[in-house]
Design a protein around this ligand. Structure first.
Ligand SMILES: [Mg+2]
Length: 267
């Protein structure tokens, strides 16, 4: 069900849309939190064996959630700080990132192979309705951009596996090696700085705090995708986080596109 917190200004014409990838379009990395949180917790407890486990887990979940949508390296930098704060000697953020990605790859490799071989269809590993919705937006003349905190080569590869790459005529942008510049911020800035796009004609779709607050602060219209990533309903915690970030509307997924397109004045 579409939840509207603020309607777009009457007559507003949206011309371009920024999409987050993981959890907004792709479910290839679904469950990444269940890889990152236990691993980070393991690191934190090794640094501070006397720590109370529940409290340490709350701390880890807190910074992982707050930084969702930024490049992975930021979550690893926060882990370094947490380790130091507890009197431990952290590895580099890059070392934590490499180990996290190694563990995550074990989980995602089967999904990618299944997509590549045709054993699984893109619809099975994407947020419900996202691919038809992207096609629809593109047909309606909205330029779509993909901006992700995941490494750029992986985003491009995974978007192609889902057949989603062709919809992002504006481009596909991800994290670059050893760059901590926010790819999402950079994409929004370059769109607005070019002068071709007025802030009010920018749409944003995302399941993370970062992209929603960036679009909101830029003056665009932000749609929070509070999917529970199991192709079912709303994740209540995500919904609240997205509203806190400035989401103008909340959807569980893209399966009911008509009311959403009508709200956006595109129909
Ligand atoms: Mg996401």
């Amino acid at each position: 069900m579409l939840e509207v917190l603020r309607s777009p200004a009457p007559g507003q014409r949206f011309r371009c849309a920024l999409f987050d990838f993981d959890g907004t379009v792709s479910l290839i990395r679904e469950g990444w939190q269940n890889v990152m949180v236990p691993y980070f917790l393991e690191v934190l407890l090794a640094a501070d064996p006397a720590a109370e486990k529940d409290e340490a887990e709350r701390e880890v979940r807190g910074f992982v959630d707050a930084l969702t949508g930024k490049q992975t390296i930021y979550q690893c930098m926060a882990l370094c700080e947490a380790v130091s704060k507890r009197g431990g000697k952290p590895l580099t953020p890059g070392a934590y990132k490499a180990e996290y990605l190694r563990r995550l790859a074990l989980k995602t490799a089967d999904r990618k192979t299944a997509l590549a071989s045709g054993e699984k269809q893109p619809e099975e590993l994407s947020v419900k309705g996202s691919l038809p919705f992207l096609r629809r937006l593109t047909d309606l003349g909205v330029a779509c951009y993909l901006a992700s905190g995941t490494d750029e080569a992986d985003v491009k590869n995974e978007a192609a596996l889902l057949g989603a790459d062709r919809f992002f005529r504006g481009g596909i942008f991800g994290a670059r090696d050893d760059l901590t510049d926010c790819s999402k911020e950079a994409v929004i800035a370059s769109l607005l700085d070019s002068g071709e796009i007025a802030p009010a004609s920018l749409l944003g779709f995302g399941d993370g705090f970062v992209e929603i607050s960036l679009v909101h602060e830029a003056g665009g219209y932000a749609v929070g995708v509070a999917t529970d990533e199991k192709r079912g309903g709303i994740d209540e915690a995500k919904r609240e986080r997205l509203i806190g970030a400035g989401a103008d509307a909340i959807i569980p997924d893209f399966s009911e596109s008509e009311p959403l397109l009508r709200l956006l004045g595109l129909l």
